[in-house]
Write a protein that binds this ligand. Structure first.
Ligand SMILES: [Zn+2]
Length: 153
């Protein structure tokens, strides 16, 4: 390995085998620290505003300004949030209606899948629903639900 000159203290040094060409300072702690600091300075120069914006995010009006400066991103985010909330509400409504009327819910589910062409999944789902509805007092009747709640409490 060729002898190199340290960029900071200008002493001659033999580069570390693993670092080779990329090593620009000698092994002294002070020179290595200088090189790291220099690298960080260069990085900050090529990424202007990075640390500033990280502080800015905690400023009171930051997000208000951000939304004003990025209307497209803001619009997209709002649409996504709306969709998320809609799905969450729909899921809660579904769970509510199952709890209120499990048999009615299953009948509705079956009616809903019936007008699509009957692929194997649809037939399978219909079979399961029929079984759950038909099995007397075992699965989806209000009595069995109440019974479970009583024995649980
Ligand atoms: Zn040095």
């Amino acid at each position: 390995m060729d002898i190199k000159e340290c960029e900071r203290c200008h002493s001659k040094f033999e580069p570390n085998v693993r670092l080779g060409e990329s090593q620009r300072v000698c092994g002294q702690e002070v020179c290595r620290a200088w090189r790291i600091a220099q690298g960080q300075r260069q990085w900050r120069q090529s990424n202007p505003g990075y640390y500033e914006s990280s502080e800015d995010r905690h400023r009171e009006d930051y997000w208000k300004d951000y939304r004003r400066r990025h209307p497209a991103k803001t619009k997209r985010n709002r649409a996504q949030t709306r969709e998320r909330m809609r799905r969450r509400r729909a899921m809660c409504a579904t769970q509510d209606s199952i709890r209120r009327d499990p048999v009615g819910y299953l009948h509705g589910l079956r009616a809903g899948t019936m007008f699509a062409t009957q692929d194997s999944i649809t037939r399978c789902i219909n079979g399961i629903i029929l079984y759950l509805v038909a099995a007397p007092g075992r699965f989806a009747t209000q009595d069995s639900m109440d019974g479970r709640i009583k024995t649980a409490g």
